[in-house]
Write a protein that binds this ligand. Sequence first.
Ligand code: SF4
Length: 435
Amino acid sequence: MSEHDFTMPEAIAEAKRCLNCKVPQCKKGCPVSNDIPDWIHELSMGNLGNAMAIINAKSNLPAVCGRVCAHERQCEGNCVLGKKGAHINIGKLERFVSDFDTAMNLTREKLVRKDRGRVAVIGSGPAGLTIAGELARKGVAVEIFEMEREAGGVLMFGIPEYRLPKDVVKKEIAKIEQLGVTIHCNTTVGCDLTVDDLFNCGFDAIFMGTGTGKPKRLEIPGGDLWGVRQAIYFLRRVSLFNAGYIGRDEVPVKEGDRVFVIGGGNTAMDAARTAVRLGAGEVTVLYHREIDTMTALRAEYDDAVAEGVKFRWNSSVKEIHDNDGILNEIVVETNGVAAPEPAQKVIMAVGNAPASRIVSTTEGIEVDEKGYVITREFPYGMTTRKGVFAGGDVTNRPATVVHAMQDAQKVADGMLRYLDAIKLLETIEGDEGVS
Ligand code: SF4
């Protein structure tokens, strides 16, 4: 338990403040329509098992949501008590309930017979885990194929440890495995095996939750230098170091480095704060517009400032220079005036696009001009290839963990309709064969 977590008496006292509104604005603000007043009410009476069961009905990753959701823009931002200055701390309460449930092994879900079909899920980030949990609870046999050595995707290798402890992610994944889901790590679909191989293995449908793993580049002089790193690569290296897979010297930022981070989203904040924690001498975020247009959460920005990160608005990097192949200077333009500055590392956080590994090795999956997978409204989430579904960031709809989950829940419904329809057809064709 961290110092920021509620104790039991604190959690119950906070839950008792909730007005249990008839038309709960907090629920309206939640992308997955979490039944917030219902579980807060159970919690206020000390019924933690009931509270967990209500949360589980809408979320497969409550301990994650309780930590990384944009509560200030969603449930807490909508809570009526916020108008009086003190909204209910919904995120912290959700975290308390799910952590307590995990620690006490409180709720044990009944295992459902898996007779509605077999589904392969590619990728184990928020979308893949949500699909897996939803389908397993509804009688589908699910196997996840993950290219990394551990499951979790961006939860494991993208969001830093200080925002989302990895043991929390591992415990959430273990709960999904307890539903009967099998996870195959170190297996890259598109290299080790193809979508067609999966169909040949007997899967009835396939879900692509492969996210946006291809970082966008800035085409500027010096952009290919060794000291220029993509934020998702940098954060992944730090996660691997923290997990003991690589040494400190394999993490790009060294102690004392003067680091510039380019971008204004949460990934830029994560990279900047992580660089500070690694002992960088100075970390500056360059953002090409004003503060109000940054996509990063205000709380993330405030924390970054409190930790010593500097910000420069209306600023962009124009050139990157080296001395014998070692990055030593960047040219920064601020409000139209360009000037050179000493630098050791530049971290790019200007967005990502989907990788083409699966699409390029599979016939019939169409993408738009930016590489995002095209999907249908009915059955929801099916790509242009029959039986192959996609959701989460790879389809360009969601942007955050909870939005990826929201989209994945809708795709799960689409997949269930598809699975039931093909089973029905098989039954009819079987009956016709007999008669
Ligand atoms: Fe409770 Fe606030 Fe939701 Fe009302 S809006 S039910 S007070 S959390």
